[in-house]
Every structure is written in structure tokens, then in C-alpha cells.
Design a binder for this molecule. Structure first.
Ligand SMILES: Nc1nc2c(ncn2[C@@H]2O[C@H](COP(=O)(O)OP(=O)(O)OP(=O)(O)O)[C@@H](O)[C@H]2O)c(=O)[nH]1
Ligand SMILES: [Mg+2]
Length: 386
């Protein structure tokens, strides 16, 4: 049998299941980040969640009312406890009501437990109400780190320095929050961080401010083993995702090198496909792309064929001087690393809404690694080795 007649049979070995398995493994490894967001009705809780996590919960139709005033929204990487700070007609004080909510939540499964709390107060208030202080104390007693978020800040601009400014009233409120007191007598408000935010300008338009600080501080306060889940769940900070994806690429490239420690024929380069597909699945999870629901199975498999080793090996290796008709460890490493980088770029484009996943099959070739990318990876390896 000639090599040519063998190739179509090889291509059928590409199995999108490897991709899906990689994606599922990454999901269970990174887990879910759970945030509780507490504040009076209308303070801007939902707007904050939309701005930081850009989830279309309404469309998904989720938001299970766990108990009155408490909703739980979740997908794989994110859980949001949306808790109303005040209930009209309740017999319990707001802090007792909150304590009972926290107890209800503590009895839920491990993957729903709160990591960080955003306690939201409108920035136009002049001080915290006693009820709000009691609630923050209750959260602290429950061992939960609280970010005190002032919402709907009307930013101004200093005409000379161009730095952002806030109103005099808000400056005074912040001063009070930094040294809370009751007519000069200090009181304890055990929040960890104070962040000033807006999700739009005062005309209800434009971009928000302070959200970058909000995600940075939330990450800092997250328990160590939940930080990666937060990096995945949030959608504001792209470099965090890249930092998570790079080691995945490197690990897959190393595995591909191991698989070709004894060089293989180009026609057999499909053995690299499972490694590369699993890598692609993991990266898709880091970018929170649910490709299974975004693409048909056929399109996914097609993408695998186009992106992974076999097609690349066939088209490139003939061009690499001295590579011959076999794939050795350094070429397998380079092919996989270049594939990973290309896929990462593509995922970024989809994640940021610049590329429509449905058009991927038309535009994949704009992203697939080029011959030069592969050669560059080979050169990089040689440089690091020497
Ligand atoms: N000016 C301004 N308006 C905002 C901002 N954030 C939210 N809003 C507006 O405030 C209103 C309430 O916002 P939501 O995000 O729905 O508030 P919420 O706390 O989720 O409200 P409930 O779910 O009813 O408790 C909406 O009309 C928003 O458009 C902001 O940063 N600036
Ligand atoms: Mg809301």
C-alpha cells in the first residue's frame, strides 16, 4: 500500500473525544469559583457581575431561588450567590437574616461554598447603616473575606493631572470608611478591601471604572486552591488566562516529544493528535469556551484535523531541511508548541468576541501555525539546549 492511500484512513483516527476529554479534565481540575454578592436592591449587583464575568444568565434561564432573597447562579467555572441585603417585613434583623442564609449555604455541596464576598453599597450614601455594619461583621465571623464595593461612582477628571476624581461627599465617605467611627468613637467594620467602581457613566453609557482593581483584589483574597478557578471565571484580565494556558502548551509539547523519542513516519503523525487535541480542549476550558455547544461535532473533528500534527506534519516537514520523512522529538515538540500557541490566539479572539466560532472553519487557516512558527520553535529549542 502506498503512503498516499494510507493517509485518509489515518485522518479518521482524529477523534474529537480527545478534545472533549481534555476539556472535561481541565474543568474538574480547576473547579468552580463561588462569589457572594450582597447589597440592597438596585445598588448595581447584577451590573457588576455582568461587567466582570459577562455571563448571560438571563438567557441561560438559571438563577435558582434557594430561599427567599437568595439566588444561586452557576455554570462550570462560576457560581454567584446573589443575596439581597434587606427584606421588607422580615421579623429577623438583616444580620440575623444573613446568618441564616449563610447557614443554608454552608449546608450545600462543597463546590458551592463561598470564597469571597462583594458587599455592595451605593457610593452616594454618606455612611454605612448599622445594619450594613452588622452584616459585614457577620460575614467576617463566618470567616469570609469581604470586599466592600462602592457602586455607581460618578468619576470626574482633574483638568490638570487628568487623574480621576470623585465628589467631595464621596471623599468624605471614603475617609469615614477608612476610619469608621460613631461621633468620634471608633467602630470595627471588618472588611478587607475598599474598591470604588462604576459599570457605566452617570448617563448610563460608556465603560466602567475600578473593575480591574476589583478583580485584582478578589484574586488576592481568594483561597490559594481557588485562584485558578477565578482566573478562568473572570473575563476582564486576559493575561491571567494566557499565564494558565502557556504551561498547558509546554506540557503537551513535552509529551509529544516523548511520544516520538523513537522517530515516527510522517504518515503516522496522527499519534500526536490525541495529545494536541487534549491540549486544545484544556485551553478552550481556560478561555471558558464551551466548544461542544458552540460547534457541531463534525466541525470540531474537522478543526482537529486541520489543527493537529498530521496535516501540519504533512505540509511542513517536507520543507524542513534535514527533517526527512520522519518526525523526531524536536519536530514533534515544535509542531505541538506552535499548534498550542496558534490555538491560544484563536481562543482569545473568540473569547473577546472578535471571532465568531461559527465562522471558524472559514478562518482557521488564518490562525493555524505557519511553517515559520514551527521552524522558530525548533530554533528556540536548539537555543535553549545549547
Ligand atoms: N449611573 C450608574 N448606574 C448604574 C451603575 N450600575 C448599575 N446602574 C443602574 O442601576 C440600576 C440597578 O442595577 P442592577 O445591576 O440591576 O442592580 P441590582 O443590585 O442587581 O438590583 P436588584 O437585582 O434589583 O437587587 C440599573 O438601572 C442600572 O442601569 C453604574 O455604575 N452607574
Ligand atoms: Mg440584580
Amino acid at each position: 500500500m502506498s503512503t498516499d492511500s494510507k493517509e485518509p484512513a489515518q485522518e479518521r483516527q482524529i477523534n474529537e473525544q480527545d478534545f472533549l476529554d481534555g476539556s472535561e479534565q481541565a474543568k474538574s481540575r480547576y473547579g468552580r469559583f463561588n462569589l457572594a454578592i450582597i447589597g440592597d436592591s438596585g445598588v448595581g449587583k447584577s451590573s457588576l457581575v455582568n461587567a466582570v464575568f459577562s455571563r448571560d444568565w438571563a438567557k441561560v434561564g438559571m438563577g435558582l431561588p434557594v430561599t427567599r432573597g437568595v439566588h444561586y447562579y452557576n455554570d462550570d467555572s462560576l457560581g454567584i450567590w446573589d443575596i439581597e441585603g434587606f427584606e421588607i417585613g422580615s421579623e429577623l434583623s438583616p444580620s440575623d437574616l444573613l446568618k441564616s442564609h449563610l447557614k443554608t449555604i454552608s449546608e450545600r455541596p462543597a463546590n458551592e461554598q463561598i470564597s469571597v464576598v462583594w458587599y455592595c453599597v451605593e457610593s452616594h450614601a454618606s455612611r454605612l447603616t448599622p445594619a450594613a455594619i452588622a452584616m459585614i461583621q457577620a460575614l467576617d465571623s463566618a470567616g469570609l473575606p469581604v470586599v466592600l464595593v462602592l457602586t455607581k461612582v460618578d468619576w470626574g477628571k482633574n483638568p490638570i493631572t487628568k487623574s480621576r476624581t470623585v465628589t467631595h461627599d464621596l471623599e468624605q465617605f471614603v475617609e469615614w470608611l477608612e476610619n469608621p467611627n460613631d461621633n468620634g468613637v471608633p467602630i470595627t467594620v471588618p472588611y478587607e478591601k475598599l474598591i470604588l467602581t462604576s459599570t457605566r457613566d452617570k448617563h448610563g453609557k460608556g465603560k466602567g471604572h475600578g473593575l480591574g482593581d476589583l478583580v485584582t483584589e478578589t484574586l488576592a483574597l481568594s483561597p490559594e486552591d481557588e485562584k485558578d478557578a477565578f482566573r478562568i471565571a473572570q473575563r476582564l484580565n486576559l493575561p491571567w488566562k494566557r499565564e494558565l494556558a502557556r504551561p498547558v502548551v509546554h506540557k503537551a509539547a513535552a509529551a509529544a516529544a516523548l511520544a516520538t523519542a523513537t522517530p515516527i513516519l510522517i504518515a503516522d503523525a496522527a499519534v500526536l493528535a490525541p495529545i494536541q487535541l487534549a491540549m486544545m480542549g484544556r485551553i478552550a476550558t481556560i478561555y471558558d469556551l464551551e466548544l461542544k455547544t458552540m460547534m457541531s461535532a463534525g466541525a470540531l473533528a474537522q478543526l482537529g484535523v486541520q489543527f493537529t500534527g498530521q496535516a501540519l506534519a504533512r505540509s511542513f516537514l517536507k520543507l524542513i531541511p534535514g527533517a526527512g520523512s520522519v518526525v523526531g522529538a524536536s519536530v514533534a515538540f515544535a509542531l505541538t508548541a506552535a499548534t498550542g500557541e496558534a490555538w491560544l490566539r484563536l481562543c482569545e479572539q473568540v473569547h473577546t468576541g472578535k471571532l465568531d466560532i461559527k465562522k471558524i472553519s472559514e478562518s482557521w487557516s488564518d490562525y493555524a501555525p505557519s511553517f515559520l512558527d514551527v521552524v522558530r520553535k525548533i530554533m528556540e529549542q536548539k537555543l535553549t539546549k545549547s
